[in-house]
Design a protein around this ligand. Structure first.
Ligand code: ASP
Length: 389
């Protein structure tokens, strides 16, 4: 790190050439942008995208102890600018790298929409033989409290060494810098706008813990690493899908305008077990009659849609609204876009939506899923022990 100049501090991390060790596994780091690839601009005080993945390695030389790392910058965007074009290019790049024989892929990404991308990649890259690990940072690498280096080391270790062949998000576990968590790509969500421990596995427990020393699975039902290079890349995506976040007194014109503008799919994030008000019902019926696929998810995020409990739920199902079990709203959104990209047969879409591809629907929620490793028990115990002192 070089900081020079008097009035205008100039900050630069040198590009470093990665040493090659034939005994170590090969990992590919694909950069898409985000804070992990950014630095503070000292003139404006704003965070700007600046680092190439090569510079990223230059700032974390420990990565060479783990693997032979090859880097490629796919894009340099903050993650609100990710969309179908970038999803498809990323999925194809992953497929290419797997065929070339890498032991694992790391994807550097902005944290804000990392859970959207993790979900769509879980559908576009099916049954990968190696780990696909998404990583980001909440604080840019030039800040003392940055999580960039640790997250990078954890993610690269996971890609190189773990036997978990799934699309995962690897980010800070607790706020103390002790370990990272590996979250399944379809069950993860950013839950805090600024904490480093922002990612949570929702309605389930994470797959594993990762420290600089080891990877410790928390569950056993993950897909295992394979030696073959078979991977199915399926980049279907229909952009005419929207999420509607219901609020009391919502008017039906919101739904009507989507229908009139040619949208083919609507994911509702409803209240409680999956509700919207009665004035919306005629618009929902109109959507069904026009062949628009409407799915219900829950704003509570944790838990299942349950449309059999109240007669209003039953009424809505009669109008064609389909409960999406415990799929997160963003996951249902990208999955519906993916499904509609394959077929316009609404029954076929329903089959695709309700058949789990990568853990996006689970049969039941573990009783400890709401607390453990979620800013829950271990963190609470640590907190209490500081008070007792
Ligand atoms: N706004 C940034 C992004 O999502 C935040 C981050 O990278 O953490 O791209």
């Amino acid at each position: 790190i070089v900081i020079s100049g008097r009035k205008e501090a100039h900050y630069k991390i040198p590009e470093k050439e990665f040493p090659y060790d034939p005994a170590k596994p090969k990992v590919k780091l694909l950069g898409t942008g985000g804070t992990i690839a950014s630095r503070l601009d000292y003139r404006t005080g704003a965070v700007i995208p600046a680092f190439s993945p090569g510079e990223l390695y230059g700032s974390v030389p420990e990565l060479a102890d783990i693997c032979n790392l090859e880097t490629e910058k796919l894009f340099g965007v903050f993650s609100e600018n990710m969309g179908p074009e970038q999803y498809i290019a990323t999925a194809k790049a992953i497929g290419r790298e797997i065929e070339k024989g890498v032991q694992g892929v790391v994807i550097g990404h902005g944290t804000d929409t990392m859970h959207h991308t993790a979900a769509i990649l879980s559908f576009m890259v099916q049954d990968p033989p190696v780990p696909i690990v998404m990583v980001g940072s909440q604080r840019s690498s030039d800040r003392p409290s940055s999580d960039a280096a640790l997250n990078l080391m954890h993610s690269v270790k996971t890609a190189a060494e773990s036997d978990i062949a799934e699309v995962m998000v690897c980010m800070f576990g607790p706020t103390s810098d002790t370990y990272g968590l590996l979250h399944r790509g379809t069950r993860v969500r950013k839950m805090h706008s600024s904490y480093r421990s922002t990612f949570r596995t929702v309605s389930d427990i994470p797959i594993a813990m990762v420290s600089r020393e080891k990877i410790t699975p928390i569950r056993q039902d993950y897909k295992r690493r394979r030696a073959d290079r078979a991977v199915k890349i399926d980049t279907s995506f229909d952009e005419r899908v929207s999420i509607v976040y219901y609020y009391p007194n919502m008017k039906p014109d919101i739904i009507d305008s989507l229908i009139d503008n040619g949208y083919r799919g609507i994911v509702i994030a409803g209240t409680g077990l999956g509700h919207v008000n009665k004035p919306l019902y005629p618009a929902l019926k109109r959507a069904r009659d026009k062949g628009v696929a409407v799915y219900m998810t829950v704003q509570t995020l944790w838990g299942y849609v349950q449309m059999y409990v109240y007669d209003t739920g039953r009424d809505m199902m009669e109008l064609g609204v389909i409960p999406a079990a415990n799929m997160l709203p963003e996951v249902a959104y990208v999955k519906l876009a993916w499904a509609l990209g394959k077929t316009s047969d609404i029954e076929e879409v329903r089959k695709i939506m309700l058949t789990p591809v990568a853990g996006e629907i689970t049969e039941r929620e573990p009783s400890n899923g709401y607390l453990i490793f979620q800013g829950g028990v271990p963190e609470v115990e640590a907190f209490i022990s500081t008070i007792k002192k």
